[in-house]
Design a protein around this ligand. Structure first.
Ligand code: PHE
Length: 449
């Protein structure tokens, strides 16, 4: 049996399984860690509005296109794109795999922080009332090289183990169980956070739209965040789509993933921002924002330390479902294209990622002086992947499925349920014309003006 057939024969056990696994890839540290501090740094509403607009236009159609490529092309991102679009697109598929790989190089560092906070909550406890102490705690983890690397190692190991265990067992089971639990816990934190003194200032900051904050930089970040939060342009959904049965409805599944992801981001914002204002933390405090504010809310919840421990377990799983999806892309590539066995592919990726991830881990301490484009390694990887590589991957997907392989796209979109021809044309125009124009202008303005 060819590898492509082997991959195709393992299918999602249900449509819900696919939606949850895709949402599990989408909802992760992006929503919970990145959204609050990017929204905080880019003016709240001035970030959220373009983010929602990008998600419901560009994001939604690209989700459909990526899943369609996966189901149609069967195989890794590279072989699927080659099968549908020929050699040049295989190259673009490889670019998407590289993107996934580079995202992992810093994503695993943040995942490591989740492990660190979980470990602390189970031992010395993380619940503190004082913002300064919490800032110092966070600094100590991130700026002491070997500590940060040790946490990175633990998270990377968990990711590699899950991927080593295979699709069905690893991804689906875990995400089905703990994502809903995370959601419930976030609601509890939000309710407590909103009843703190001064909390409403945070809500106002988050939700009110101040046009003067709408800079090209903020719009670029909102676009980048859309790609990041939906896991677009990195071959993720192409790989996942491979396992989707023909009878599953791609437009409906995509809409679900987009809505769940917007919801998770907004909830994360509502979880963090009120506390930021209530406790006097700067909304643009950077990557530590969520780690500094949550323990202060936990301190105001009865049984806060137990709550914290359970919360960090869920957060860790949310992070894992995303990192697993990223590693899956890389492993599927090495397996299908380079004929490595899955376990060798996992080990090779692990070693390379540990090396590259260590550079990110050291960039808050020993390597903080070392900058590329004015950014340390960690910020550099994040900036380039989110605001440049993922959008470029998205453009390739859009070009492939509208200009080169529209009949295939149409067939995939309608395999479960017919769509009116007006709707199909609308999807084609948004995917082939509107989305590329939006992405290119935003990139041009944000990067060069
Ligand atoms: N969407 C994931 C998150 O929000 C991150 C991710 C990006 C996962 C790209 C896969 C691919 O955490």
């Amino acid at each position: 049996m060819s590898t492509a057939n082997a991959a195709a024969s393992v299918q999602w056990s249900s449509r819900l399984g696919f939606i949850l696994a895709s949402a599990g890839s989408a909802i992760g540290l992006g929503a919970i860690w990145k959204f609050p501090f990017w929204a905080g740094a880019n003016g709240g509403g001035a970030f959220i509005l373009p983010y929602v607009v990008f998600t419901l236009t560009t994001g939604l159609v690209l989700l459909m296109a990526e899943i369609a490529i996966g189901r149609r092309g069967r195989g890794s991102a590279v072989s699927a794109m080659r099968r549908i679009g020929g050699r040049p697109f295989a190259f673009l598929g490889a670019f998407a795999v590289l993107t996934s790989f580079l995202i992992l190089a810093y994503y695993c560092v943040v995942g490591g922080w989740c492990v660190a906070y979980l470990a602390q909550s189970l031992t010395v406890g993380v619940v503190r009332e004082n913002a300064q102490t919490l800032r110092n705690d966070f600094r100590e983890i991130v700026s002491t090289g070997w500590i940060n690397i040790a946490w990175l190692f633990s998270f990377l190991s968990l990711t590699a183990l899950t991927v080593g265990c295979g699709i069905e067992k690893g991804i689906e089971r875990v995400s089905k169980l703990l994502m809903p639990m995370l959601f419930v816990m976030m609601l509890a934190v939000i309710i407590r956070g909103l009843t703190l003194d001064g909390a409403m200032e945070g809500v106002k900051y988050l939700l009110s739209f101040r046009p003067e904050d709408l800079s090209p930089g903020a719009i670029l970040s909102a676009m980048g965040y859309t790609f990041f939060s939906l896991s677009l342009g990195a071959g993720i959904l192409i790989t996942y789509g491979t396992y989707l049965p023909k009878r599953a409805d791609i437009p409906a599944a995509s809409l679900w993933v987009a809505l769940l992801s917007i919801q998770a981001s907004l909830l994360a914002g509502l979880m963090v921002m009120p506390a930021v204002f209530a406790f006097g933390v700067a909304p643009d405090a950077g990557p530590g924002l969520v780690f500094i504010t949550l323990p202060m809310i936990f301190a105001h919840i009865p049984g806060g330390s137990i709550f914290a421990a359970i919360f960090y377990v869920c957060l860790l799983v949310a992070a894992l479902t995303s990192s697993v999806s990223l590693l899956e892309v890389v492993v599927a590539f090495l397996h299908n294209e380079w004929r490595l066995s899955r376990s060798t592919a996992t080990i090779v990726s692990f070693v390379l990622l540990f090396f590259l991830g260590s550079l990110s881990a050291l960039s808050f301490g020993e390597l903080s002086e070392f900058t590329l484009l004015g950014r340390n390694f960690f910020d550099f990887f994040d900036f380039v992947c989110t605001n440049f590589m993922m959008p470029v991957g998205g453009l390739a997907v859009a070009a492939l499925m509208t200009w080169k392989a529209w009949p295939a796209m149409r067939e995939e979109l309608t395999s479960a349920k017919p769509l009116s021809s007006g709707m199909l044309s609308a999807i084609r125009v948004v995917l082939g014309v509107l989305a590329p124009i939006l992405v290119l202008t935003t990139m041009y303005q944000g990067l060069f003006l």
